[in-house]
Design a protein around this ligand. Structure first.
Ligand code: PLP
Length: 408
């Protein structure tokens, strides 16, 4: 799609509050009155546009955020949820029945991996995990029972890039739904414009950006969102992972600055990645030419938002990784914390934290090494100063020698 700009799409929506407020009013109600019993019946039947029934189904505040996120992703509709997992799990359960099969990237968020590996088999849904960067391997894993291809645009934590247009072709050929978790790359990548059927986010991360809440969203066709919310058979309606109206109103306000934040996250991460690679550290960042999917990713992004704020450094051993993270925290360069998308840099060793659900032998097979630190680079005003301070920490811990730095 030409001229698709996700931030402009959000900006073009105009909402007013009940009394002409510049922010929409918050609907602080769990239930809604009806002027007639007939209207209530029709609403239960799902054929009363504009009427609210009960806030687990939908609420005005959630619908404002739904609309903005659907506009951002270029889908017909969206449904916000209480967490990212609260979006992922009902979406997959809505798409798959007992006996069905999913082909998933093997490098995905640990919680999603655990859901597919340990939980869905209890319901008769099996998953084959594959190297998502190899389209022939993906296609070979498809069986007559496969219903879903699942991946993350940029994977957690290894920052592998999924060729969404290539995967969409395979999905179409085999009549599958391509579900893409775009949590690491909001605005930078618009998976639905590349052919994804369903786009999911953990709003907990960049989209909310202030690390004060969990939240999620499923962006898809109106038909699929209606299915999720169906009072008789919808996985979101029946499992109940509903976002609270007060929260959706606050996420909505933070969404207003997402474009500015993403540009700064990307700028800072690119700055650090280029320099750390230059001084000889094993650095993975999709914006680096050395990244195996750099060229592909460059064709996938909306360039003004850059290559994102996620970067990994491999410092050799877990002991060194832990010491470095503790020292950087002591020097106030960031926080030793899971999650991402905060104003402050966050770092963690994924093998012992967010990916600890993945068994050790599988971590080794997918290249998730012991000394790997995942960085969510913050909004630092002076990234050169941050870089100098991070280097000093590395010299203090003998991860870098003063000579090796002075050579560059
Ligand atoms: N998807 C990705 C890529 C994630 O990193 C996470 C959480 O870390 C999730 C989904 C789950 O989101 P939440 O913690 O909001 O449930």
């Amino acid at each position: 799609m030409k001229n698709f700009n996700p931030a402009d799409n959000i900006q073009d929506l105009q909402y007013f509050g009940e009394f002409g407020g510049v922010n929409p009013s918050i609907s602080d109600s769990s239930t809604y009155t009806f002027l007639s019993a007939k209207t209530m019946f029709d609403t239960f039947e799902g054929n009363m546009e504009g009427c609210y029934l009960y806030s687990r189904h939908s609420s005005p505040s959630n619908l404002y955020l739904d609309k903005a996120l659907a506009a951002m992703e270029g889908t017909e509709s969206a449904n916000v949820s209480a967490s990212g997992m609260g979006a992922i799990t009902p979406t997959l359960l809505q798409l798959c029945d007992s006996g069905d099969h999913i082909v998933s990237s093997r490098t995905i968020y640990g919680g999603t991996y655990a859901f597919l590996k340990n939980f869905t088999p209890r319901l008769g849904i099996k998953t084959t995990f594959v190297d998502i960067t190899k389209l022939d391997i993906v296609e070979a894993a498809i069986t007559s029972k496969t219903k879903v291809l699942y991946c993350e645009t940029v994977s957690n934590p290894l920052l592998e890039v999924a060729d969404i247009a290539g995967l969409a072709k395979i999905a179409k050929k085999h009549n599958l739904k391509l579900v893409v978790d775009n949590t690491f790359s909001p605005l930078s990548v618009s998976p639905a414009t590349l052919g994804a059927d369903i786009v999911i986010h953990s709003l907990t991360k960049y989209i909310n950006g202030s690390s004060d809440t969990v939240g999620g969203v499923t962006c898809a066709s109106q038909e699929f969102i209606n299915d999720l919310k169906n009072v008789n058979s919808g996985a979101s309606m029946l499992l109940g992972p509903t976002m609270d109206s007060l929260r959706s109103a606050s996420v909505m306000k933070n969404l207003r600055t997402l474009h500015i934040r993403m540009k700064q996250h990307s700028h800072n991460a690119m700055y650090l990645a280029e320099r750390f690679e230059k001084i000889g550290l094993k650095t993975v960042y999709p914006g680096l030419k050395s990244h195996p999917s750099h060229e592909l990713y460059a064709t996938m992004i909306n360039p003004e938002y850059g290559f994102g704020g996620m970067m990994t450094l491999d410092v050799g051993t877990l002991a060194k990784a832990n010491a470095l993270m503790e020292l950087m925290q002591a020097k106030n360069l960031g926080y030793l914390a899971v999650s991402l998308g905060f104003y402050k840099t966050l770092f963690s060793a994924p093998g012992t934290s967010t990916s600890s659900e993945i068994p050790m032998e599988e971590q080794i097979e997918m290249g998730l090494t012991d000394g790997l630190i995942r960085f969510s680079i913050g909004l630092d005003n002076d990234i050169e100063r941050t870089y100098q301070m991070m280097k000093e920490c590395m010299v203090e811990l003998n991860i870098l020698t003063a000579e090796s730095i002075s050579l560059v």
